[in-house]
Design a protein around this ligand. Structure first.
Ligand SMILES: Cc1cc2nc3c(=O)[nH]c(=O)nc-3n(C[C@H](O)[C@H](O)[C@H](O)COP(=O)(O)OP(=O)(O)OC[C@H]3O[C@@H](n4cnc5c(N)ncnc54)[C@H](O)[C@@H]3O)c2cc1C
Length: 502
């Protein structure tokens, strides 16, 4: 018989960047959350070393970006398979990538989660799940403890137990290379920074992490290590000697790890009451630094939807839009990282291909296209409307309200939908009166008539906008002409449920 007593609304498996961001988004949406992780606590290890514009914007939308800017360093360094991208002219208030270690990102997200009332349950490995009509029972450890919730989200990384337990397929392509990573002392390195230096068997990098410490990455093609064998310092040293002809006096390893270019994606992001986000839903070659960014953005897409469903404000079908919107985004990341892996192979043919590609990447439109993809600023979710903003992330325009100056992203701090009336007619608010309990109605004027949109360029500021909590545009009215009342009503109903009666 179904066990119906709930411990919380949502259990999140995994306290990595994706799980933590999702926990915060759910709390902002008013949902109860329990986060569990199989580790005994934070390891302090860092795979990722940077975040891109769209993730910076997302953090800005929640009013927590300054915490990250205080720790990391903005640098104009971004690449496509080691070929440099130019960040001049990025259509964002935060055009440059922020160099910040994953351990710091996790610490800052965990601090924010704690402020919102979320504590991580460490040493709690998800080992079993049982779904029924009313909820999902999550077994922890050797089923000695269970948690019961309405939904479970697997944010438990590339080898996700939740994905396997839910029977979700993970098709894709296997690894064709092996990369070893070590945080080490490297006293014999003649320069601070070697990035993707190409050699006969692959390429290597040696990047200064902090005074006295370097991150060494060796990438060798044509050989694939067994995923279950723990990588060793000696393997890293041998690989560096094979590629660079020296180990640069490498010693004192802090952390040794391994990765490859396998590219796989969950065939569905939802199976009943179980959903997947982050690496649990997609793995790929880490070129261009997109995995953590994609996971955080998955979380921001899912959080408000799942929050609305558990609070009874939206139908369950809203959850299916999570797959519809985010699966193609993950697919595109897999696609571009496969291309980057192919471009990184050793050999004369690849050398020629890189030269051709290198001469193309300096063309403004090519650079802007690749940059839009890597920064995720050009994402457009499926939209019914042909307005250029529909489905895209809203630009962070400067605004004037009766209360003073503000900007669009400041209006999104509470993670609530915003209906922005930029002509002050009051007409949008009249249409949305039945949603006033869920949607913030804001009258403002745009400081500028032209808004800059990635992949499009300048467009005329709209007359009104309906912005989802994740910062994507659900509906926009043309600068002049009719408001489009029925389209606005349809968008409000689709995304935020039916109007309140009376
Ligand atoms: C060398 C390298 C460099 C990278 N650089 C970048 C970069 O610059 N930018 C970028 O965006 N991305 C980068 N990435 C990718 C990035 O590290 C990952 O995409 C990111 O960590 C994914 O976050 P996540 O929260 O989805 O999963 P994870 O970080 O893997 O977290 C999963 C969590 O789930 C827990 N867990 C696992 N199984 C269970 C279970 N059964 N029960 C409970 N808990 C469980 C784990 O302990 C872990 O804490 C890089 C990756 C590599 C390898």
């Amino acid at each position: 018989m179904a066990q119906t007593g709930l411990d919380t609304d949502v259990v999140i498996a995994g306290a990595g960047p994706t799980g933590l961001m999702l926990a915060c988004e759910l709390r902002l949406a008013g949902a109860g959350v329990a986060v569990v992780d199989r580790l005994p606590g934070r390891t302090g290890e860092s795979r990722a070393g940077g975040i891109h514009s769209r993730t910076l914007e997302v953090l800005d939308q929640r009013g927590i970006l300054d915490r990250f800017l205080a720790v990391g360093e903005l640098t104009p360094v971004g690449h496509f398979s080691g070929l440099w991208l130019d960040f001049d002219g990025v259509e964002s208030r935060h055009p440059l990538p922020l160099m910040i270690l994953q351990s710091a990102i996790e610490r800052l997200l965990e601090e924010w989660a704690a402020e919102l009332g979320v504590r991580v349950g460490w040493s709690s490995e998800v080992t079993g799940i049982r779904q029924d009509d009313d909820g999902v029972t999550v077994e922890l450890g050797a089923a000695e403890a269970t948690l019961r919730a309405r939904y479970l989200v697997g944010c438990d990384g590339g080898r996700s137990a939740v994905r396997k337990l839910a029977g979700i397929g993970f098709p894709g392509t296997p690894a064709t290379m092996t990369a070893l990573l070590g945080d080490v002392e490297l006293p014999g390195l003649p320069e601070d920074f070697i990035f993707m230096r190409r050699c006969e068997g692959g390429h290597f990098s040696a990047l200064a992490l902090e005074p006295g410490w370097h991150r060494v990455i060796t990438s060798e093609y044509g050989q694939v290590a067994d995923r279950d064998d723990a990588p060793t310092f000696e393997q890293l040293r041998a690989a560096l000697i094979r590629l660079a002809g020296t180990d640069y006096g490498m010693h004192g390893p802090r952390w040794i790890s391994r990765f490859g270019d396998a590219a796989r994606q969950a065939d569905r992001y939802r199976a009943g009451r179980v959903l997947l986000a982050g690496d649990a839903a997609h793995i790929h070659y880490p070129a261009g630094g997109q995995g953590l960014n994609t996971g955080v953005q998955d979380a921001v897409n899912l959080g408000w939807k799942l929050g609305a469903v558990v609070r009874g404000q939206a139908p369950e079908s809203l959850l299916d839009t999570y797959h519809t919107e985010r699966h193609p985004v993950g697919e595109r990341v897999l696609h571009n990282t496969r291309a980057q892996s192919a471009l990184a192979r050793p050999g004369a043919e690849t050398e020629a291909l890189r030269e051709v590609f290198g001469s193309l990447i300096v063309i403004d439109d090519v650079n802007a296209h690749l940059r839009g993809m890597i920064t995720a600023l050009d994402i457009r979710y499926p939209a019914d409307s042909d307005h250029p903003l529909a489905g895209r992330r809203v630009p962070d325009a400067d605004l004037k309200t009766p209360d003073g100056a503000t900007r669009v992203y400041e209006l999104l701090h509470a993670a609530r939908p915003v209906l922005l009336d930029l002509r002050g007619t009051g007409a949008p608010a009249a249409v949305a009166a039945g949603w006033a309990d869920r949607v913030d109605l804001v009258e403002a004027r745009s400081d500028t008539d032209s808004w800059s949109v990635p992949a499009i360029g300048g467009i005329q500021a709209p007359a009104a906008l309906l912005i989802r909590p994740d910062g994507h545009v659900a509906w926009a009215a043309a600068p002049t002409g009719r408001l489009g009342t029925s389209a606005l009503r349809a968008a409000l109903t689709t995304w935020f449920g039916p109007p309140r009666r009376g």
